[in-house]
Design a protein around this ligand. Structure first.
Ligand code: G3H
Ligand code: 13P
Ligand code: ZN
Length: 303
């Protein structure tokens, strides 16, 4: 299957009461892990690349790997830029062959966010690329993504924003948080906010960022084999299941894959001090990511 944009997959999720997971990647093993699980289940998936991951691996490299992966399976795969902070980086991802981009103007004043988002929409839509924007502030830190404050999305603003920009989906602030420790503010999901934003913009798929569940087993494995993670707190699995049945149609997970991968590598190197071939220690990292991704699909799609 060729790469597709997110239009049909998210609308279908909205109509049928499930969500499509978006998994962040930055290397070949993680792309393969996500593509193999989604392909074997024959379910749609979004493969996300942050600006930071683009700097690390190169948009073109990742696009080539994802494109290759898509040839092996029948399911729909969208390749998505996550948290693009400028019009320029969104254009670079589109030119590199991404099928979907997020312009994150959530730190900008409302009118500036509209103006910049519009520029991205104009360019993206001329190339059949879908656009996600963000309204409201999602708390937390991950490399290039940072907010000390949280403000839930306002439904009236959402309606105006969407009618002025023509975006295809909207990331909203509903109490989730980026990073490994979401208890910087106890994650209480604001279902009322989801419902009222949905009422204001009924046909538009909504997006939940910061939705990793931070499984204790990966955190404990990392700690057991010498890693240091001071505080950890994820979104509960019950909330992920519940959110997936609302107008939230795309659920973003990055931290959970990082934890799974690192737990595998730490365990392998610790149990096999003789290993120095990356093909050996990457094996358990990739297997853990596959296990995590399979579990996430069960939560958000139910298969
Ligand atoms: O939502 C944020 C992404 O998970 C951030 O990823 O650490 O590669 O910028 P990054
Ligand atoms: P997590 O830190 O919860 O994995 O959030 C990922 C995310 O929102 C990517 O955009
Ligand atoms: Zn995010």
């Amino acid at each position: 299957m060729a790469l597709v944009n997110t239009d049909k997959m998210l609308k279908k999720a909205l109509e049928n009461g499930y969500a499509v997971p978006a998994f962040n990647v930055c290397n070949m093993e993680t792309v393969q892990a996500v593509a193999e699980v989604a392909g074997e289940k024959n379910v749609p998936v979004i493969i996300s690349v942050s600006e930071g991951a683009g700097k690390y691996a190169g948009f073109e490299y990742i696009r080539a790997i994802v494109e290759e992966a898509s040839k092996h399976y029948p399911n729909d795969i969208a390749l998505h830029l996550d948290h693009g902070k400028s019009v320029d980086v969104c254009k670079k991802a589109i030119d590199a062959g991404f099928t979907s981009v997020m312009f994150d103007g959530s730190a900008l004043p409302f009118n500036e966010n509209i103006a910049e988002t519009k520029k991205v929409v104009e360019y993206a839509h001329s190339k059949n690329v879908t656009v996600e924007a963000e309204l409201g502030k999602i708390i937390g830190t991950e490399d290039m993504i940072h907010s000390d404050t949280e403000s839930f999305t306002d439904p009236k603003e959402a309606r105006e924003f969407v009618s002025q920009t023509g975006v295809d989906s909207l990331a909203i602030s509903i109490g989730t948080a980026h990073g490994v420790n979401k208890s910087i503010k106890t994650p209480v999901i604001q279902y009322g906010v989801i419902d009222s934003v949905h009422e204001a913009i009924p046909g538009l798929p909504l997006v939940a960022h910061g939705s990793s569940t931070v499984p204790a087993k990966w955190v404990e494995t990392i700690r057991k084999y010498g890693g240091e993670i001071k505080k950890s707190q994820g979104i509960s699995e019950e909330d992920i299941v519940k959110m997936s049945k609302t107008a939230i149609c795309k659920i973003n997970m990055d931290t959970d894959l990082r934890l799974a991968y690192t737990a595998g590598i730490r365990q392998d190197l610790s149990e096999h001090p003789e290993h120095f071939d990356q093909r050996e220690y990457n094996k358990l990292g990739k297997a853990n990511v596959k296990e995590q991704v399979a579990h996430a699909f069960e939560l958000v799609i139910g298969k």
